[in-house]
Every structure is written in structure tokens, then in C-alpha cells.
Design a protein around this ligand. Structure first.
Ligand SMILES: Cc1cc2nc3c(=O)[nH]c(=O)nc-3n(C[C@H](O)[C@H](O)[C@H](O)COP(=O)(O)OP(=O)(O)OC[C@H]3O[C@@H](n4cnc5c(N)ncnc54)[C@H](O)[C@@H]3O)c2cc1C
Length: 347
């Protein structure tokens, strides 16, 4: 395994901003990871794990430590009665895995088609789209501990999955590198079309096939997200806020049309479980309350088709992205009293 120096991270992220990694390596197996860990330890470097770079904001000054890019490969299908287990290396491209499972006729991942990035990052923020979260199908996650080199499996119930959240984002979990993920998929396919965009798409056709659902999701996504080949983006830059029922009632008095969705307390790992919780549509707030849909300031703006999506239109810097993001946060707070958080990992 080769350790490189001064590697541009801008080109390894989809937002296309940020400086260089002082040290950089590509790891393909646990032996590589152990070597990378020893190297970092010997030089007292901090470590940053990188997958496909589609959910991360790198500082303009770069990362003065070791960036480890995960390249564990291999996909295995294991029969299990009615279900099938799909075990994938963390460095596999997520959407290629989704496509492979659909081609084999296994259901569970089809609504998650088209999400950029790697398999290993999917448990980290419990990726979700079109009414499905990856926690619904994760069986176990294999990890390598950067503190002591231990390899350990975390079963679904130990991952503390929440809305764009998991144990792997916590203080105790952040030293774990995900090396493999096992998903439990079904042979008996039941389409999940309750999400509004899919319900509308399939209003005239009942029982679409797995392939048809994937096609629909990819089509809907193509209209919602900018083309990664043309601009820089990390998809939804902010999380949808979650507020108490009381706060929601107050907002509804002022904005009677504000949408809110009750969320089960089991969907949270990091907030007070006793609070009644309503998930708000930040896209709606940004558009209808703050008037920020399509708002642009220099090289940074909010995408006109989906205001949650922050776009780098050209050669924006990370400081410009942060400045713009802060101005959005301040406006939302001034109008609604809600503090919003980034979905993107800000380094
Ligand atoms: C156009 C676009 C659309 C998107 N749509 C969605 C969507 O619909 N739903 C959704 O949930 N997300 C969406 N995303 C966000 C992103 O694609 C996902 O979060 C994805 O899982 C990130 O994968 P990655 O490999 O690029 O992770 P990276 O950006 O490389 O890393 C993200 C975080 O995970 C950590 N990490 C990565 N790999 C590992 C590993 N193997 N072990 C431990 N930690 C690791 C990193 O340290 C970092 O903290 C979208 C992004 C874009 C650009």
C-alpha cells in the first residue's frame, strides 16, 4: 500500500471544493488498513475516512493528516430461505450494488437507486430516499477500529440508526472504519410506492416491476438533483428539522400549509425519546417561508428544483460555501426560530 503526499481532495469530492490531503492512501483490505493506522500513529496524524466524497465538505486549507480512501471490493450473495443476504465490500459503488440486486430479482434497495457514494458510507448516515432507509435492510456492519485494530461486527440493533444518524457518527463510533456491509433482501417483492413522488408516477400502473421502480426513482432524481458532471453538489446540504408537536402547532398557526410528518421515537438515536416529534420539510420552509429557492450568491446557491440542494456553480471555495450556508441557517432561524443542521459532514 502506497502513502502519497499532497493529494487534491477537491477532485475526490462531489462538491468540488477544498484543499489537499497532507497524506493519502487507498486501502483494499484489513492489512492495508492496519498499515495505514500504524503510519498515522507513527507520525501522530489524525485520520479522515473517505468513500465517494459525496457527503463531505473539506476545508480550503485541506486536511493535515492521513486521508484513507476505502476501496474494499467484492459482492457475495448468500441464500437464506425466503431472504437473501448480500455482503458487499465497503468500497463498492452503492448504485452498482443496487442495480446488481435488482438484476437478480431481489427487493429492498430499489427505492434507494441513484444515491452517489460507496456501500460503506450507507450505514453512517442511514441513507434514505423515497420512503425507505437503509436501516430497513441492513443485517450487520463489519468494522475496523482505528484505536486498537479490532475487527468487529455490529448487528442492526447495535447501530443506533436514526434519521440520517447512527452509532458511527457518535464519539464512540467515529473511530470505526466500515469494511463490509450485509443487507437482507427479499425474494418476494412488494413495491413500496407510498412516497408522494412515486405514488404520482405510478398512479396509472399497479404492481410495477423492480426494474420499473428503479427507472422511476432514477427519473424523479434526475429532475430533483443537478447533474454532477456540470456542477458541484453534495445533494441535500441540510437535514430536515425535527420539532416538538408544540412548536409545530405554533408554526402552523402562522403558516397553515406547513407540512409536518410524525416520526416514531425509534427513529431517533440522539434526541430525547419522550418528545413528540414532527419532521418538517426544510425544502418547503426555504421556498415558501424564506423565499430562498434558487437563491444564488456568486458561485454558490440553492438548486432551483430542490432548495435543500446546495450547488457550487463553478470555482467556489469552501469558505464561500460555509458563508452561504450560514446565511441560509440565519434566515431560517430568523423566520421560524428553528436551528437547522448540515446533513453533509463538515470537516
Ligand atoms: C446528487 C446527490 C444526491 C444525494 N442523494 C441522497 C439521498 O437521496 N439520500 C441520502 O441519504 N443521501 C444522499 N446523498 C448524500 C450521499 O450520497 C450519501 O450520504 C452517501 O452515502 C455518501 O457516500 P460516500 O461514499 O460518498 O461518503 P463520503 O462523502 O466519502 O463520506 C461521508 C461520511 O461517511 C464517512 N465514511 C465514508 N465511508 C466510510 C467507511 N467505510 N467507514 C466509516 N466511515 C465512512 C466519512 O468519513 C464521512 O464522515 C446525495 C449526494 C449527492 C451528491
Amino acid at each position: 500500500m502506497e502513502i502519497k503526499e499532497n493529494i487534491s481532495l477537491r477532485d475526490l469530492t462531489t462538491l468540488k471544493v477544498g484543499g489537499e490531503a497532507r497524506y493519502f492512501c487507498l486501502v483494499k483490505n484489513v492489512k492495508d488498513l492496519s498499515q495505514a493506522r500504524e503510519f498515522a500513529e507513527s507520525k501522530k496524524l489524525s485520520i479522515l475516512i473517505l468513500g465517494g466524497g459525496s457527503n463531505i465538505l473539506i476545508p480550503d486549507e485541506g486536511f493535515f493528516g492521513l486521508v484513507i480512501k476505502i476501496d474494499f471490493k467484492g459482492i457475495e450473495f448468500v441464500d437464506k430461505d425466503e431472504s437473501v443476504r448480500v455482503i458487499s465490500g465497503a468500497g463498492e459503488n452503492w448504485d452498482s450494488l443496487v442495480e446488481a440486486t435488482i438484476q437478480k430479482g431481489f427487493s429492498g434497495l430499489e427505492n434507494l437507486s441513484g444515491i452517489p457514494g460507496t456501500v460503506g458510507a450507507t450505514p453512517v448516515q442511514n441513507v434514505g430516499a423515497y420512503g425507505v432507509e437503509v436501516k430497513n435492510v441492513i443485517n450487520w456492519v463489519e468494522t475496523f477500529n482505528l484505536d486498537n485494530g479490532e475487527v468487529k461486527k455490529f448487528y442492526n440493533q447495535d447501530c443506533q440508526f436514526g434519521y440520517r444518524d447512527s452509532f458511527f457518527k457518535t464519539e464512540d463510533g467515529k473511530n470505526l472504519v466500515i469494511t463490509k456491509v450485509s443487507y437482507l433482501l427479499e425474494r418476494n417483492y412488494q413495491p413500496k410506492l407510498a412516497y408522494k413522488d412515486l405514488a404520482v408516477y405510478f398512479s396509472d400502473s399497479k404492481d410495477p416491476s423492480l426494474g420499473e421502480v428503479r427507472k422511476a426513482v432514477l427519473k424523479i432524481r434526475a429532475d430533483k438533483f443537478p447533474d454532477l458532471k456540470k456542477v458541484g453538489t453534495a445533494g441535500s446540504f441540510f437535514k430536515n428539522p425535527i420539532v416538538s408537536q408544540d412548536k409545530f402547532n405554533k408554526l402552523r398557526k402562522k403558516y397553515p400549509d406547513i407540512p409536518g410528518f410524525p416520526v416514531a421515537s425509534s427513529d431517533f438515536s440522539s434526541i430525547n425519546h419522550k418528545l413528540p416529534t414532527i419532521k418538517l420539510s426544510l425544502a418547503w420552509i426555504l421556498d415558501k417561508i424564506c423565499g430562498l429557492k434558487g437563491k444564488r450568491d456568486g458561485q454558490v446557491g440553492l438548486f432551483e428544483n430542490q432548495p435543500l440542494v446546495l450547488v457550487n456553480f463553478g470555482n467556489a471555495t469552501t469558505d464561500e460555501v460555509k458563508g452561504f450556508s450560514n446565511s441560509v441557517k440565519e434566515k431560517v432561524f430568523a423566520q421560524t426560530g428553528i436551528k437547522i443542521d448540515e446533513e453533509v459532514r463538515v470537516i
